[in-house]
Write a protein that binds this ligand. Structure first.
Ligand SMILES: C=C(O[C@H]1C=CC=C(C(=O)O)[C@@H]1O)C(=O)O
Length: 385
């Protein structure tokens, strides 16, 4: 089956993961491995795969210690193909009917207020960075059309990581992440952390200006440096060599510009799998903050929801230890007839609350476009525009 057929065959409950290199569709459950100690879980997955071969697919939560378990599945069948593009060009876009209601959690003005508090607390608690998120609850008058939204996400994203994964309780995590947490292929390890953002624009001149502004923004460069340092520090002990470029590059998605740094290394110990690496790296300051423990505490105090699987990781690992894990952002957690979309942004001392609010609205456009939602529905913000 080519990649377009795999995308067509995806049904809610399956695991789909598309990248610029390959498409993976995994179906059925031969074995399920869950747990809140992620390193121990990675060992259990290695043991299971050593015995039976094949791959395990699944999700890591934002914070396993809070009781949301990591969930890995050894599927019954796995189909792989090359990249989704250009195969999927022959698929038509799915129509996703208008939702019955969209509600911001918290209210946009409360998110801006939380950002203001976070900026103050950074100094009080000696934090360099914290990532604050908000959510949009979208209700449908019928079942959430998960497969249709996933197909549209694949069509929209030639680059990055489009994913759909089954969650405990019959829920589904779906999204299009631009960010590679980590991949391992033989002894080669790659991480591609992203931090620092500006929205894309339909106007070519404004779009270029936004990119140039981002590359020159001291606030965004600081956000990015904090992230890159932390990822390099976390990967260091696992690698015999590590290459960390000194300057970030511009990365683009259809909705956003980001600063990114592609970090590459050679693995020191072949027993370290992609899942071990993902568990060790997570949570990076792309989604949590520095230092981790106090950033996590502040996030818990300021966000009015449990992140669950948002800001975790989604991916696969095989019996050789190879695999790919994307940071679970630009995503939604779907139940039967409603879903919750999440978007966050890094806060440093110079962050502006309204700019941060706008950044989250722009990030919602990734899923919003796949769901046919317009900018007003996504901003949830009564300020005149
Ligand atoms: C936390 C998110 O994005 C992260 C990834 C790229 C850029 C980010 C930023 O500029 O703040 C965030 O760190 C999200 O999309 O929910």
């Amino acid at each position: 089956m080519d990649a377009a057929r795999l995308v067509e065959h995806y049904r809610r409950g399956d695991f789909l993961f598309t990248t610029a290199r390959r498409t993976v569709l995994a179906q059925g459950t031969a074995d399920e491995i869950t747990g809140t100690d992620e390193q121990a879980l990675a060992d259990r997955v290695s043991a299971a795969l050593a015995e039976r071969g094949g791959i395990a697919t699944g999700v890591l939560p934002y914070d396993a210690a809070s009781g949301t378990p990591a969930r890995l599945v050894v599927p019954r069948t796995v189909h792989t193909a090359g990249p989704a593009h250009p195969d999927v060009d022959r698929l038509s876009r799915e129509r996703v009917g208008a939702p019955a209601a969209v509600r911001a959690v918290p209210e946009p003005r409360d998110h801006a207020a939380a950002v203001r508090t976070a900026v103050t607390e950074l100094a009080v608690r000696d934090l360099r960075k914290v990532v604050l998120a908000r959510a949009l609850d979208v209700e449908f008058a019928r079942d959430v059309p998960v497969a249709a939204i996933v197909r549209n996400l694949v069509l929209d994203h030639r680059h990055g990581y489009v994913f759909a994964a089954d969650l405990p309780g019959g829920r589904t995590l779906l999204g299009a992440s631009p960010e590679l947490l980590v991949s391992r292929r033989g002894s080669r390890v790659v991480a591609h952390p992203l931090a620092g953002s500006m929205p894309r624009s339909g106007d070519a001149a404004t779009d270029t200006e936004n990119a140039e502004t981002l590359l020159a923004s001291k606030k965004d460069l600081l956000e990015h440096t904090i992230l890159t340092e932390a990822v390099a520090e976390a990967l260091g002990p696992f690698c015999a060599t590590l290459d960390v470029p000194a300057e970030p590059t511009l990365e683009r998605t259809p909705a956003m510009w980001h600063l990114g740094t592609r970090i590459t290394g050679e693995l020191a110990n072949p027993a370290t799998t992609a899942l071990h690496l993902a568990s060790a790296l997570h949570p990076t300051p792309a989604i949590c903050g520095t230092p981790v423990a106090s950033a996590r505490r502040l996030i818990g105090e300021l966000e009015p929801f449990d992140r669950g699987y948002y800001a975790g990781a989604t991916g696969w690992v095989d019996s050789e230890g190879d695999g790919e894990w994307a940071v679970s952002i630009r995503c939604a957690d779907a139940g039967a007839a409603s879903l919750r979309m999440y978007a966050g942004g890094g806060i440093v001392a110079d962050s502006d609350p309204h700019a941060e609010l706008d950044e989250t609205s722009a990030k919602f456009a990734t899923l919003g476009r796949a769901m046919g939602l317009d900018a007003d529905a996504l901003s949830g913000d009564p300020r005149p525009r």
